[in-house]
Design a protein around this ligand. Sequence first.
Ligand SMILES: Cc1ncc(COP(=O)(O)O)c(C=O)c1O
Length: 312
Amino acid sequence: MSFIQPIILSTAFQQSSNHQYTLDIYRGDLEYPNAPGNKWHKLRHHLKAAEQQNASVIATFGGPFSNHLHAFGATLRHLPFKAVAIVRGELQSQLTPTLRDMADDGVELWPSTRSDYRRGIESEIVGKINQRYGSVYWIPEGGGGALGAKGCHDWANDISAMDDKYDAWVVSSGTGTTAAGLLSNIHAPDLHVFSALKGEPAQRGLILDLANQLTAESILSAELGVKLFFHSDCHEGGFAKQSPALNAFMREFADVNPNHPLDPIYTSKSMFAVFKAMKEGSWPYRRTLFIHTGGLQGWRGYSNHTNPFACS
Ligand SMILES: Cc1ncc(COP(=O)(O)O)c(C=O)c1O
């Protein structure tokens, strides 16, 4: 099985567009069952650093449906570290499917108030966990930071080694870590980044800064800027929100591509935005690779009838 697979553009779509587009998908979601998509790539250098620092406890942060938390639990289950997670908000008596899996994986869950959660590594709860366990390695929310991005820089080598003839790559963003890592790789073509968050246009600058930290001196920061295209207007109402237009798109997409499931929060919105640009004829590339960053477990936070891939 190749990780790069073609996306079928419907006949109606082809007729409405004057351009001949090739759109392929890199099935990151199929790569590592415990930490699919970008998750393993963002975790791996953090795990190495924790080992080098002789940490016995690794801790991280996330929301009750977080893909990062889910991957963290499933990965740490097989490693000789104690796993601790700070969960945003109160823990409900009935855990979300994500948190239930984490509890089964042996992760210790610490609920936090939203206001304390926002303080990140400065929060009271981090202090309490450090006090309880002593030497704790902290992975930033979403597996971010320079080490998370470094794993995605390496991921770009794997992707381009399979086919380096694309005019553009497409990736979804939350913290921007994945995008920064991909961008920093000399093999990356033009990179279109679609943010799942509302009101984050400033994230472009953060992605560039992080990519610059990882970039070999041979790539000038101006060159990185030229190949980065950041889109902050495709959130369809906000993080984890679904508009009627997005739902209609997903149904159409799933009809024609039932074996390429998209997740509800990140990849579906990016794919929708690319399809819209292609339909308008404003997408300037002939060969495009869409990088699937995983997140399919996130569907469990939605009622089943909204998931058009459920039966595929
Ligand atoms: C499925 C999926 N895609 C994309 C992203 C965005 O990644 P990043 O936070 O590195 O921008 C996330 C969040 O980690 C995710 O869960």
